[in-house]
Design a protein around this ligand. Structure first.
Ligand code: ATP
Ligand code: TPS
Ligand code: MG
Length: 321
């Protein structure tokens, strides 16, 4: 525990509690029957008179989630929207509408804000969603808080449905954005393909509903890192997940960066965040849809292991840690 973050008279701070401790505190609040899924999944699912709606909020803060010297405003917009749209995808749904909360200092160029909006609108258009409202306020750091609404053709796929015997799989690019961030943080701008993957993730939007229709038992978008996000699935489902390192194929640019910076290439795939791709579990009998790679199995127990042991390296992303 970080004792340097103690509040007045030694009272605990949210830094002590941690991101997930704080969320657990909010999640304990009672909710009515109209809340079919509350805090704890990629989206909430709330009953309305005409059916049910998926809803999720994601916040991007300058310096924490993006840097203006690392990405153009347009790409920050694409990424801000993608981070939200991918949470709807992870429930097996399709996004319909976004509201955009935007806070920035007065000296931000108008062009930056315009380009950001264009990026958000273009990313939303990939799934047929539209920006329908928002809010603007002054702030010291550029902050983008998007709320997304979505709908689902079938019951949403939760984090809590994984069962022993299921297979664990992912689809889309994994580790690319994390490797891009690693490169940028060391002052480099290449390999370009990795830096671009960080700047503008490409969530496999159609894969969410396809996986749901295929019978996915649990699903999550990979934003904190595969191990961390599968950890959320394991915890919510009351199971353990056993990954097989040999099942992961390391893409050449990731292998190059790993070799050049003396890092285990697998760590990018297991702990890199920001890809906004999908991980899911499927019954062994149904197998996985096209384009998914099986990387492990669901077993009795708790936690996530790689080749039978807990991952020794750094974990995924967690605020305040
Ligand atoms: N301040 C809060 N109040 C209520 N619920 C919260 C709060 N912060 C987070 N949550 C809920 O906690 C759960 C986990 O949040 P988290 O941001 O880790 O997941 P996520 O939205 O899937 O992340 P990502 O968008 O990075 O994939 C979500 O269900 C989210 O709605
Ligand atoms: C400048 C900069 N430094 C570090 C990172 C890495 N990062 C920040 S938040 C996060 C998890 C998802 O966020 P959240 O849990 O808030 O949804 C990750 C992987 C970044 N994107 N930009
Ligand atoms: Mg998510």
């Amino acid at each position: 525990m970080d004792t340097t973050s103690r509040g007045a008279e030694g009272r605990p701070t949210i830094g002590d509690l941690g991101e997930f401790g704080l969320i657990a505190q909010v999640a304990r609040e009672p909710r009515s029957d109209r809340v079919q899924v509350g805090p704890g999944d990629d989206c909430a699912y709330v009953r309305v008179p005409t059916g049910s709606v998926l809803v999720s909020t994601d916040l991007l803060v300058e310096g924490r989630h993006f840097r203006r010297d690392w990405a153009e405003a347009y790409d920050v917009g694409r990424r801000a929207a993608a981070a939200n749209l991918s949470d709807v995808m992870a429930m097996g749904g399709v996004a319909t509408a976004l509201t955009v909360g935007f806070a920035a200092p007065a000296d931000l160029e108008v062009q930056w804000a315009e380009d950001l909006t264009r990026g958000i609108v273009d990313e939303a258009a990939l799934v047929g969603a539209e920006v329908v409202g928002g809010d603007v306020t002054a702030a010291d750091a550029v902050t983008i808080a998007i709320t997304v609404l979505g709908e689902s053709a079938q019951s949403p796929v939760l984090r809590s449905g994984a069962r022993p015997g299921d297979v664990v799989a992912f689809t889309g690019r994994i580790g690319w954005a994390g490797a891009g961030l690693h490169v940028l943080a060391r002052g480099f701008r290449s390999p370009r393909v990795l830096v671009d993957a960080f700047r503008r993730p490409e969530p496999p939007y159609e894969a969410g509903p396809v996986a749901a229709a295929h019978g996915a038992t649990a699903m999550i978008d990979v934003s904190d890192g595969l191990l961390a996000d599968l950890g959320h699935v394991a915890e919510a489902s009351g199971v353990a997940i056993a990954l097989d390192a040999a099942a992961f194929e390391v893409a050449p640019p990731i292998a190059d960066v790993a070799a050049a910076t003396n890092v285990d290439a697998l760590s990018f795939l297991l702990t890199g965040g920001d890809d906004h791709t999908l991980a899911a579990t499927f019954p062994a009998s149904t197998g996985v849809p096209d384009g998914w790679t099986v990387v492990g199995t669901v077993v009795e127990g708790e936690g996530v292991t790689v080749d039978g042991a807990p991952w020794e390296g750094a974990g995924g992303h967690e605020h305040y840690r």
